[in-house]
Design a protein around this ligand. Structure first.
Ligand SMILES: *Cc1c(COP(=O)(O)O)cnc(C)c1O
Length: 371
């Protein structure tokens, strides 16, 4: 039987060559030339002054918040429909997540709801580019400027995406990327922060390296962490980065094919707003109006055909340890999208035949549901 994974690393470039180089030279810790090369190439590719590598995307988010100086009680506004790391990173140092609902069109945070969430304790807004679709950043920037708030991008799912022609990762005070195994480019585990702010970049470099003063051995000026990426991971990352454009092109083709081949009624495909260039980390469908049980049955039936899928994230306000932060608000759209959403196989290794096979099975199941 066929077996089509929802995602799979595509190590088709120079990854092996660069890793062999690390092994041959013995440079396998966070020292070694690939760390710097990966950071420089990443900064160049995104179009920012600084790229600071870290050991994973969660650490990248935490490092941004540490660098910006988020204190206990500070409120950060972010979407409820996101991966748990976005919200966890706010809690790490006693910050308070303030969740907002999604918008219908893009499933991203509804920017028009952000201003209502602002209090005297608000210090920033975290925009999450869900499944690769960029958030509508211009109005968000305006709100942040007006109220003196930091703007942060959680770009973990959106490397290669653009907003009005500008790269994700350049649209805020700082942005966090993830290179986890299922992300568009991967280092196994890994992450990166991008920023144009010189002071923030140097502060983050100190914090991620045990709070160590540059050029002064064993003198630790501030509380720091060991959030470093290794040379071996950076070597893989450099190889991956060289193929980023190719991967994004392929992911856009996959999304286009699903849109063409899955033509059953009631299916909403991954969005792409007028202002967006979506890198389609995941090609997704939302089956309009179905219950979570029906959605899970669809996923099980697809699994029976060898088709691996993922449900959408639970909205954060639904998780028990975030209950106290949801302030009796309604998150109607996030809940509806979350319970009816499925991520389809989205690996760059998919063949046209694979995509047709998945699509045929989805169409068939949809007919069964509607009957
Ligand atoms: C993957 C992801 C992260 C965290 O990345 P890790 O590298 O797994 O720590 C953060 N935010 C979002 C939205 C993600 O999808």
């Amino acid at each position: 039987m066929r077996s089509i994974p929802v995602s799979e690393p595509d190590l088709c470039g120079n990854e092996k060559k660069y890793v062999d180089d690390c092994l041959d030279s013995g440079w396998i810790s966070s020292h070694g030339e690939y760390v710097g090369r990966f950071e420089q190439e990443f900064a160049r590719k995104i179009g920012v002054k600084h790229a600071v590598s870290v050991m994973n995307g969660t650490a990248a988010l935490h490092l941004v918040l540490l660098g910006l100086g988020v204190k206990p009680g500070d409120e950060i506004i972010l979407p409820t429909l996101t991966f748990v790391s976005s919200a966890n990173s706010v809690l790490f140092d006693g910050g308070v997540p303030v969740f907002v609902d999604s918008e219908e069109e893009t499933w991203n945070m509804d920017v028009s709801l952000v201003e209502k969430g602002i209090t005297e304790k608000t210090c920033g807004v975290m925009a999450v580019h869900l499944y690769g679709h960029p958030v509508d950043m211009d109005p968000l920037r305006e709100i942040c400027n007006k109220h003196g708030l930091y703007l942060i991008e959680d770009a973990a799912e959106a490397v290669g995406s653009k907003y009005k022609g500008r790269n994700v990762g350049t649209l805020a005070d700082a942005a966090a990327f993830s290179f986890y195994g299922n992300k568009t480019i991967t280092t196994g585990e890994g992450g990166m922060v991008t920023t144009d702010d010189d002071d923030l970049a140097s502060r983050m470099r100190i914090i991620k390296n045990q709070g160590k003063s540059p050029g002064h051995p064993f003198w630790h000026e501030i509380l720091g962490y060991n959030y470093r990426l290794t040379n071996v991971q950076a070597a893989i990352g450099l190889g991956q980065l060289e193929n980023l454009d190719k991967f994004v092109k392929k992911k856009r083709e996959i999304a286009g094919k699903y849109r063409e081949y899955i033509d059953a009624d009631g299916i909403i495909h991954s969005p792409e707003a007028d202002y967006a260039f979506n890198s389609y980390w995941m090609s997704s469908i939302v089956i309009d109006g179905i219950s979570v049980e029906t959605r899970d049955n669809v996923m099980r039936s697809l699994a029976d055909k060898g088709i691996d899928t993922r449900s959408f994230f639970y909205p954060m306000h639904a998780l028990p340890f975030f209950h106290e932060y949801s302030r009796d608000k309604k998150f109607t759209i996030a809940e509806r999208v979350s319970q009816a959403g499925i991520n389809l196989p989205s690996s760059t290794k998919l063949s046209d035949d694979d995509i047709r096979y998945v699509s045929e099975n989805v169409n068939k199941l949809m007919n069964d549901i509607r009957r």
